[in-house]
Design a protein around this ligand. Sequence first.
Ligand SMILES: [Fe+2]
Ligand SMILES: [Fe+2]
Length: 303
Amino acid sequence: MKAPESNAVLTVYYDGACPVCSREIALYRRQPGADACAWVDASSCDGIALGPDLDAPTALARMHVRRADGSLVGGARAFITLWQSMPRTRLLGRLAAIPPLPWLLEAGYRTFLAVRPLWRARSPSADSPVTPALRAELRSDHAGETGAVCIYRGILAVTRVEAVRAFALRHLGTEQSHLEQIETWLPPQQRSRLLPAWRLAGWLTGAIPALFGARAVFGTIESVETFVDRHYAQQLDLIDALPPDPTRAELRAVLLACQTDELAHRDEAAMLGGREPPSGLLKLWCAIVGSGSAAAVTLARRL
Ligand SMILES: [Fe+2]
Ligand SMILES: [Fe+2]
């Protein structure tokens, strides 16, 4: 059996489902000379397009190219062959072919292949309705709801005031349900890498005011929920600015329900905290909690 007939000087087999590989191939395809090559996406083509000596798992595992004479090369040698075939990268391809560079490039390529699954898991496809910006917000929501659960655990670990315990137990249940809902939208590999820090920060944000009494706890919750309300409102605006999409509409409903709960938490804390103006120390603490929450959201969007 022969390789499929082609007039191309080179046939390039790549994994179009990999965001890194497809971005790199898109760069090559914009170069002069790209028209002389045939570009075969191994993630969506049929077996005939690959030829008898290349199966889909092998083509998806490593890049391959087929020369005009039908010979097949894979890995770093495939890149070198591709570079040599295009005018802009021809010199690079010739230099890269000088030993021991092919061996070094192959070692680098194998290292990339070893870490590629992690990269791929964190990179949603470009046409996903949950855009990268939305995914970053969801990461910060997940971090925030994780922290919120720990705030109430921190309060419950310290306070013996019955009214505060009843308040914390009620809210703990709601925050746990928020966390579970956000988790359905954010796979584990896309969650914040700093979750242990958010758990500790949340626990301290609940435990410290609980040492000072009910007024401090309610003031802290009012301040946290005021911030969280704005954070969810920004995300609703972000979704509203995007083209209509059923998946995003579903996500919007989840975020709106969370925001509604947070507003009720804020109002309940304000009501239970009483009408007396907060002390200077409580005001300072709430300012620290507010700026700490903002810094945490900024970090959790990225990490
Ligand atoms: Fe929440
Ligand atoms: Fe809440």
